[in-house]
Design a protein around this ligand. Structure first.
Ligand code: 13P
Length: 272
């Protein structure tokens, strides 16, 4: 496929993912309380988890408690971690191995969040090694990319995201499932989300690059999320875009009612 063609739109084949990144919030007791409330709220509205997947990304110290609750109550909410070591095991004090996460029934692991790229100086090479570790242990890496305000002014919206995608993906085996999240750094926690036009433009560019790197079929089935100041008020407009398949939600995921409303975005999209 030439660079100017966009990948075919097979949006309907991709199950949207609403992902709550709690960041460094909620101890394990608070985590259990939130997941219980979220589960009740979604049960009340008969949420169809086959139609819209819902996942929470908990701090490491909460994972065991949330796993136990999800299993005991047979909840369909999926479990995610926020980071992982690129190494298998050994002398890496403080790090957590992918195989340990897998044993806790973790489904997804965020890699390359901007708070780690910028706050911890993580390079795309490190992100690539982490993504590989996640995929190797049969979990799905959720790879975050996105530009700072300075990058946006200097290079435009898509350049940094595309560069980070290529550099973060290359160690992941061909065919392994990944989820991408476009999170403009300036939109995170600022209350100022990207416009739907910008988000769609970058997500479409990511899908086209993915097609060049991994082939059309993989690009067509890969979910690409938008993240950055997502709320129940703006989520539907993002999800209406042909290349946006979900949301990575920070602050608003800490409120069970608000996160539940975000997961019900289809009501706003279809007007049903
Ligand atoms: P906010 O939704 O708080 O802007 O955070 C977005 C984010 O960083 C999710 O990973």
């Amino acid at each position: 496929m030439s660079k100017n063609q966009s990948a075919p739109n097979t949006k309907t084949a991709r199950v949207p993912l609403i992902a709550g990144n709690w960041k460094m919030n909620l101890d394990h007791l608070q985590a259990i309380a939130l997941v219980q409330k979220l589960a009740w709220s979604l049960k009340d509205v008969r949420h169809d988890f086959g139609a819209v997947e819902v996942a929470v990304f908990a701090p490491f110290t909460d994972l065991r408690s949330v796993q136990t609750l999800l299993a005991a109550d047979k909840l369909s909410i999926r479990l995610g971690a926020q980071d992982v070591s690129p190494h298998e095991s050994g002398a890496y004090t403080g790090d957590v191995a992918a195989q340990f996460l897998r044993k806790l029934d973790v489904n997804y692991v965020i890699v390359g969040h901007s708070e780690r790229r910028h706050g911890h100086g993580e390079s795309s090479e490190t992100v690539a090694a982490k993504a590989k570790a996640v995929a190797t242990h049969e979990m799905v890496p959720l790879i975050c990319v996105g530009e700072t305000a300075e990058d946006l002014a200097e290079h435009g919206a898509a350049a940094v995201a595309l560069e980070q995608l290529e550099a973060s993906l290359h160690l992941v085996p061909q065919g392994a499932e990944v989820v991408l999240a476009y999170e403009p750094v300036w939109a995170i926690g600022s209350g100022e989300a990207a416009t739907t036009e910008q988000a769609e433009q970058v997500c479409a560019a990511l899908r086209t690059r993915l097609s060049e790197l991994r082939g059309e079929a993989e690009a067509a089935r890969t979910r690409i999320l938008y993240g950055g100041s997502v709320t129940s008020q703006n989520v539907a407009a993002f999800l209406r875009q042909p290349n946006i398949d979900g949301a990575l939600v920070g602050g608003a995921s800490l409120d069970s009612q608000e996160f539940s409303r975000i997961a019900q975005f289809k009501k706003h999209v279809t007007g049903a």
